[in-house]
Ligand binder design. Structure first.
Ligand code: NAD
Length: 449
């Protein structure tokens, strides 16, 4: 049995049976059986079903947000925003179903057509930090393109995916089109990766596990989309609006208790503004409200587990520039922490995945770019400056998939999201995600007599 915990109380909130290889094979077989009929559903009808699912997510938003908040320990206000995005994602792909199509290409001797074909059964493997949100980024485009799905949520956070499975059926999406399996990554995940009837793996998780998924997929030449870890830079030039930048910076690291692949956990600050910025950052971080996730005012909850907290603590050595408070009593709490570092320190090189910000000085634009790119990761990042040309130069120079200028936002429903380098490949969200869940087929028709 799998005991599902509330990280804020350390209490069990559910006891679940776990799927093994046999159940995984059965789910894949159900998805395979459902595929021929699902791919033939008229695009407008597929869109209508996805829209109904979006509406059901909206109607059940408070329940879903409470499930997510209790299971991940995330503040209820943030959980509500995430569930809002889940509904938006389904609305977006409901509208996209009949706007993603092939071409007619001019050739001699006939007519040449391209078609966007679904892949078949896709295995979707998601992490615990934004469980339903990240699942929706994959389910939306997968269903829009006519694929059927086996979804494996993370062991620690399966509850919202199970509830979504019920809403899928309530929406009228036929049985077998979406299958949700609770189970271990090493069992259910690995079986999805190796099974010959799974055409693609949409994976979000750590770079380490992603590497294994990619290697495993090679045996059956599976398509893979990999959304992996990050170590993003928040580059602050001296000419930036320092007050505004410092006020935003804590949320770019401490949001979701730092358990965010897009966390700007390396804050690079131009030498001339370094001391002033550090003071402002510490002041702003003092204001982050850490506590009971069910409290409407809470901005940061606990970490996901005791084991994860141990890993995060190992990155803080000596006296940090700032260490916040945490509630007494049970819960996997870890304080907001700011450390001064160089880019060579372990805290700046590895993905901490906790509320630890490393502040690093730089000398000039070239130095900023060098430090920002001195990492195997390439997911996101920010540039803060009042010089528009420099903002664009640096944004083009940073080796990452999702950049923002004078903002820390990375994720929007209609824009492509994904990494470079060891942060993975393939894009989610926006119309680009549809590329990853369809394949181009070319058909030539001779018009010769
Ligand atoms: P993880 O890699 O440990 O697990 C992710 C998923 O993979 C889970 O469902 C897990 O059960 C499954 N898994 C584990 N072993 C497997 C195997 N051998 N075969 C197949 N599947 C297996 O990651 P996590 O700890 O759940 O999540 C945190 C990581 O996810 C961080 O590194 C974070 O940066 C990353 N992440 C990336 C993005 C992104 O979009 N780039 C978004 C969120 C999280």
């Amino acid at each position: 049995m799998l005991s599902v915990l509330n990280p804020a109380t350390e209490e069990s909130i559910a006891e679940l049976e776990q799927a093994g290889v046999e159940e995984t094979d059965a789910a894949i077989a159900r998805a395979k059986a459902a595929f021929p009929a699902w791919r033939k559903v008229a695009p407008t009808d597929r869109g209508r079903l996805l829209r109904r699912l979006a509406t059901l997510v909206e109607e059940n938003a408070e329940e879903l947000a409470r499930i997510e908040s209790r299971n991940v320990g995330k503040p209820i206000s943030g959980a509500r925003a995430e569930i809002g995005m889940v509904a938006q994602v389904f609305h977006f792909y409901a509208g996209a179903v009949d706007k993603h199509y092939g071409e007619q290409i001019p050739v001699g001797g006939g007519v040449d057509l391209t078609f966007r074909e679904p892949l078949g059964v896709v295995g979707l493997i998601v992490p615990w930090n934004f469980p339903l949100n990240i699942a929706s980024w994959k389910i939306g485009p997968a269903l829009a393109c006519g694929n059927t799905v086996v979804l494996k949520p993370a062991e620690l956070t399966p509850l919202s995916a199970l509830r979504l499975g019920e809403l899928v059926l309530e929406a009228g999406i036929p049985e077998g089109v979406v299958n949700v399996l609770v189970g271990k990554g090493s069992v259910v995940g690995a079986r999805l990766v190796e099974h010959p009837d799974v055409a693609k793996i949409g994976f979000t998780g750590s770079t380490e596990v992603g590497r294994g998924v990619m290697a495993g997929a090679a045996a059956t030449i599976k398509r893979v989309t990999l959304e992996l870890g990050g170590k993003s830079a928040n580059v602050v030039f001296a000419d930036a609006d320092l007050e505004r930048t410092a006020a935003a910076a804590p949320y770019a690291v401490f949001d979701n208790a730092g358990q965010d692949c897009c966390a700007r956990s390396r804050i690079l600050v131009e030498r001339g503004a370094y001391d002033r910025f550090l003071d402002l950052l510490v002041d702003a971080t003092r204001g982050v409200k850490v506590g009971d996730p069910e409290d409407e005012a809470t901005e940061m909850g606990p970490l996901i587990s005791a084991a994860h907290r141990e890993g995060v603590s190992s990155y803080v050595e000596g006296e940090p520039a700032f260490r916040g408070d945490t509630p007494d009593g049970p819960g996997f709490w870890f304080p907001c922490t700011i450390v001064e570092a160089t880019n060579e320190d372990r805290v700046a090189r590895e993905e901490v995945f906790g509320p630890v910000a490393a502040v690093i000085p730089f000398e000039d634009e070239a130095d900023a770019l060098r430090i920002a790119n001195e990492t195997p990761y390439g997911l996101s990042g920010s540039i803060w400056t009042r010089d528009g040309a420099r903002a664009l130069r640096v944004a083009r120079g940073v080796e990452a998939g999702v950049l923002s200028v004078n903002s820390n936002s990375s994720v929007r429903v209609s824009t492509p999201f994904g990494g470079m380098k060891q942060s993975g490949f393939g894009r989610e969200l926006g119309m680009q995600a549809l590329e990853g869940y369809s394949e181009v087929k070319n058909v030539f028709i001779s018009t010769e007599e």
